[in-house]
Write a protein that binds this ligand. Sequence first.
Ligand code: ATP
Length: 366
Amino acid sequence: MASVTLENLAHSYRPNPGEDNDFALKEVNYTWEDGRAYALLGPSGCGKTTLLNLISGLLTPTHGRVLFGDEDVTASSTADRNIAQVFQFPVVYDTMTVEQNLAFPLRNRRMEASYVAERVARIAKMIGLEADLKKKARGLTSDLKQKISLARGMVRDDVNAILFDEPLTVIDPHMKWELRTQLKSLHREFGHTMIYVTHDQTEALTFAEKVVVMHEGRVVQIGTPKELFETPAHSFVGYFIGSPGMNFIPVTVAGNIIQMGDRTIHLAHDYGTPSGELKLGIRPEFVRLTKGDGLPIRINRVQDAGRHKFVNATLFDTEINIAVDEGCEIEADMTSVNLDAEKISIFCDDWRIDGKSAGHVEGSAT
Ligand code: ATP
């Protein structure tokens, strides 16, 4: 296994790229640490597959280098990079049994028969294919075929990294959770470097130790699920992570005081005098619906979502969502909200800015 370093890496599908917009992947510098599980998360077209293909060697970058450990592999073929890949759709040998499919990458490398048998049995057990080992792959459901692809991707212990490109797309929804859990325990047990591409935040957040969020060809944040939730580096991360995503409200900022509509709010941090388009970001979970003092709102609708209700309201011409505990009654005189001052983020031209501690702030922003 190896770390994977991206050094000034950028890619354009155009012949003579000039401006930023010509690049499907804008410059990125990052090291994927050896043995960690990562997710590459973003909506369709944001550049996930492009980045994955640069790592696997299916694409040669316009700029920059890819290193596995200390070795520059930028010009190496996919085969020479010694990686395993699992694609969206199953790639199985129909005429072989499940066992033969799993053993194929090992037999190909002339591994000892006893090692092959032990390894196949172990992976099959962990991914729930034990009962199917003797069956021919032809005729199996697409769920089972994709399980074979996943197991085959994990069967070698000498690969530099395992790359997964939306591997659960064809999997039945109720089996997705089970397979994700199995992949996670396979990672814990074998410690491969794994990079898992998905547009599904639940998949990314439950599978990975670190999530790389992409937006319009740019890596906008790399962080733990907690960091993405609590301190999104870009407004896109705030919006994309969470359901519903973060609320954004236009404000003006001077030090630790912000102006929103006709109200002044004291924050926990001092932001100086930033110039640019300024927005306050706060997650629905940190907005409290009240009857008393607070920022005035008008409730538009209430949506029941199991453990929470989500109240959609208008605050100074901006629609916001407020998470309310399931058991809490929404009353007619709940016409204001408090924002938890400690949970407020300030964004300038869509990037989160850090403030300096402004000392203790009593209560919440109202
Ligand atoms: P999806 O989830 O839909 O696969 P993605 O996040 O993986 O999307 P990419 O497939 O990497 O995104 O595409 C990034 C951008 O590059 C898109 O604008 C896409 O249209 C463009 N693109 C991808 N492949 C090519 C290609 N072979 N030639 C030209 N443009 C391409």
